[in-house]
Design a protein around this ligand. Structure first.
Ligand code: SAM
Length: 190
């Protein structure tokens, strides 16, 4: 069995602006990164959404009939997300979810899950990945993107191995600046 990694660092809301700022679009274009994985009408989860940099892009991709569940541990992050969603006119497509340290807390099946620069902050990684696996519909996708600066190749490989152990299969992965990325699929039934 893969050794479970214990992590306690959570990116505080006031530190988010160091990378979630107007210059970010130059390196992380949400539509470019996410459009291969999301289609109109999808229900998607942005877990560890922060102030919703990617939730807004997801809301554009799922369209009027889709839904984005944006989950985070920190109420300040969700407050920032709601403010941004309102000024972009996208609040009707985005449902904020306050998570607990060891429970995302979402109860409906989703077509796609994004975990952008957050898995390395998760304390109980196996349980987290199991919860995500339980939420993704058969045939659905799960994209993990981790910052190169905090996550070694070996640590990233451990997350990949754990995800496979839990039942995800590996699909195509996008190239994302300053990051390691992998996209998993949940096999269809039968
Ligand atoms: C480095 S920030 C990235 C935010 C966002 N994904 C982005 O790329 O702008 C990591 C976020 O994950 C959240 N987080 C960490 N552990 C979490 C958990 N177990 N469940 C939900 N959110 C979590 C933190 O509160 C923080 O907002």
């Amino acid at each position: 069995m893969t050794k479970q990694t214990e992590r306690i660092f959570t990116c505080p809301w006031w530190l988010l602006f160091t990378f979630d700022n107007p210059l970010r679009k130059l390196v992380h274009d949400p539509l470019k990164i996410l459009s291969p994985f999301v289609k109109p009408g999808d229900t998607v989860l942005d877990v560890g959404c922060g102030m919703g940099y990617f939730s807004l892009g997801l809301a554009k991709l799922v369209g009027e009939k889709g839904k984005v569940i944006a989950a985070d541990l920190q109420p300040q992050m969700l407050a920032g997300l709601s403010k941004r969603a309102k000024s972009a006119g996208l609040e009707s497509r985005i449902q904020p979810q306050l998570s607990q340290l060891d429970r995302i807390g979402v109860n409906e099946p989703v077509d796609f899950v994004l975990a952008f620069w957050m898995v390395h902050e998760v304390r109980r990684r196996r349980e987290f990945l199991q919860e995500v696996h339980g939420l993704v519909k058969p045939g659905g996708k799960f994209l993990i993107v981790e910052p190169i600066i905090h996550v070694t190749a070996a640590d990233f490989e451990r997350t990949i191995a754990l995800s496979r152990e839990i039942g995800f299969t590996t699909g195509n992965s996008p190239r994302v600046a300053a990051s390691r990325a992998v996209c998993f699929q949940k096999p269809t039934l039968g």
